[in-house]
Design a protein around this ligand. Structure first.
Ligand code: FAD
Length: 458
């Protein structure tokens, strides 16, 4: 047997070194009371970046204030404590910093610093492997992972933290466009290289669109910006204001229609008292998962079909200055919002011709120099173009989650296989749990899930 055939053996292997994987590693390192071998397998180093925090661009800011971004439930001010040590924020009063929407790159640095501190003080040992896991197979004594390097890992426990994938551009011909004409919104370097005079089309009008516009603006872009999406809803801003004080618990026993009606009523009542609707949404944030789980399956389906986009813009808001910038570019006539559906994308000479239909099914045509795919997070695991997820679902080791989104998990996060059998040795954290939890993407959800993983490793 050659060295490469000998599996690496460890007690815990974390697959994915984005925010969720790093928070899980910190939790395990901090919780360990004895030496144990922990592996982190991530193809894209340095750790802690994932898609959200990999951006080096100053204008790409967190979408919540710094005060709410601690990685640890028991240390709610930890991210603020970290920012206080960053030279760029020297002299900024803590209260000012708490309310700031800082550049996302700081978050990856924060996670790495806390990981290093946990490594330095833990009896457990962390080994980082720069590779992609291609297959996962539970066996009698361990869970076997096959890496793209050809190496195998045998782990007593696996934490799946493979995170987010961008939806493909939903247009016939899109995959044949030359690379320079079809830019993924999360390819921050390509975004920054768009010529300043180019007319561009951004498909999708959510948070990634706001990032793209911010980069174009930061680069002094002069061309036209067409934004096309099904609902043409721009992200809404955060607002300062008093907290809402209604009791959200009764929402849990209402059906979807009643909940929407009640929320509108709470927003109207709040407005009368000078409280912004944003505070009404903040009030239900801690109940996000309970609200999803208490909906009937039919209402969950209705939500996904009819409400989700409206939910997204009210729930996932952006910093007020970023929102003001979007409105200003729109007011100047440089950003045009199109409500419609893209159907085809064809390269013609220096241009890309986009064709689709508007909301009245009338033809909609655009001619631009490049198209930016900002269609957002893919929710269906089998569509994520991740070989590991395709193997999991194809082999029956896992199955799609409720409504076909994410993967199916037990209430404790254990993977559920195609027969409905729970595999407690494979724990899922992050956005793959979307079908079961809905709110399983942002840092407050990830930090709770990561903290819950500590106990078995003591
Ligand atoms: C653009 C953007 C901005 C965001 N801004 C915020 C914000 O301001 N605040 C907030 O709370 N949340 C924000 N979010 C939500 C965000 O998704 C989470 O905060 C967090 O980044 C998710 O981390 P993750 O580790 O689950 O996923 P990811 O960040 O996607 O990381 C997953 C990691 O797994 C690795 N991986 C994938 N497949 C494999 C494999 N087969 N083998 C090994 N490794 C693999 C990937 O390389 C990647 O590094 C944002 C999301 C996006 C997309």
């Amino acid at each position: 047997m050659s060295a490469i055939d000998t599996p690496t053996v460890c007690e815990v292997a974390i697959v994915g070194g984005g925010a969720a994987g790093v928070l899980a590693a910190i939790g395990i390192l901090r919780g360990a009371r004895r030496p144990l071998r922990l592996l982190m397998i991530e193809p894209s180093l340095p750790l802690g970046r994932g898609v959200a925090y990999a951006t080096p661009r100053e204008e790409h800011v967190l979408n919540v204030p710094a005060a709410k971004m601690s990685g640890f439930p028991e240390q709610p001010e930890d991210f603020l404590d970290y920012l206080n040590t960053v030279p760029a924020f020297a002299g900024v009063p803590r209260e000012t910093l708490a309310a700031q929407f800082v550049s996302r790159g700081h978050y990856a640095n924060y996670l790495r610093e806390r990981l290093q501190q946990a490594v330095d003080t833990s009896p457990a040992q962390l080994e980082i492997i720069a590779a992609r896991v291609q297959a996962l197979q539970p066996e009698v004594d361990a869970v076997r992972l096959r890496l793209d390097s050809g190496r195998d890992v045998q782990a007593g426990k696996v934490i799946l933290a493979v995170g987010n994938a961008l939806r493909p551009l939903p247009a016939r011909g899109a995959s044949s466009l030359p690379e320079a004409k079809r830019i993924e919104a999360w390819d921050y370097a390509a975004l920054a290289d768009i010529p300043v005079a180019a007319d561009v089309a951004i498909i999708g009008s959510g948070l990634s669109m706001a990032d793209a516009v911010a980069t174009l603006q930061a680069n002094g872009h002069r061309g036209r910006i067409h934004v096309m999406s099904r609902h043409a809803l721009l992200p809404l801003p955060h607002a300062k204001g008093a907290p809402a004080d209604y009791d959200p618990a009764p929402l849990l026993v209402m059906n979807l229609r009643q909940r929407l009606h009640a929320l509108r009523q709470h927003a109207a009542d709040a407005a009368v008292r000078g409280i912004p609707w944003q505070s009404v949404m903040e009030r239900i944030r801690p109940l996000g998962q309970a609200l999803w789980q208490s909906l009937s399956a039919d209402d969950q389906r209705r939500f996904l079909r009819h409400v989700v986009r409206y939910w997204d813009v009210h729930r996932h808001r952006i910093a007020a200055p970023l929102h003001a910038q979007l409105l200003e570019v729109q007011r100047q006539g440089r950003l045009q919002l199109h409500r419609g559906r893209l159907e085809t994308a064809v390269a013609e000479g220096a241009c890309v011709r986009l064709a689709g239909v508007d909301r009245w099914r009338r033809p909609l045509q655009l001619e631009v120099q490049c198209v930016i795919n900002a269609t957002g997070v893919e929710m269906r695991a089998q569509a994520m173009r991740n070989p590991l997820l395709q193997q999991l679902l194809g082999s029956g080791v896992g199955r799609a989650g409720p409504h076909g989104i994410g993967v199916d998990t037990a209430p404790d996060g254990s993977l559920v296989d195609a027969e409905g059998v729970v595999e407690p040795r494979v724990q899922v954290i992050g956005s793959l749990r979307i079908g079961s939890l809905w709110e399983s993407l942002a840092i407050p959800d990830l930090r709770r899930q990561a903290a819950a993983l500590q106990a078995p490793c003591r």
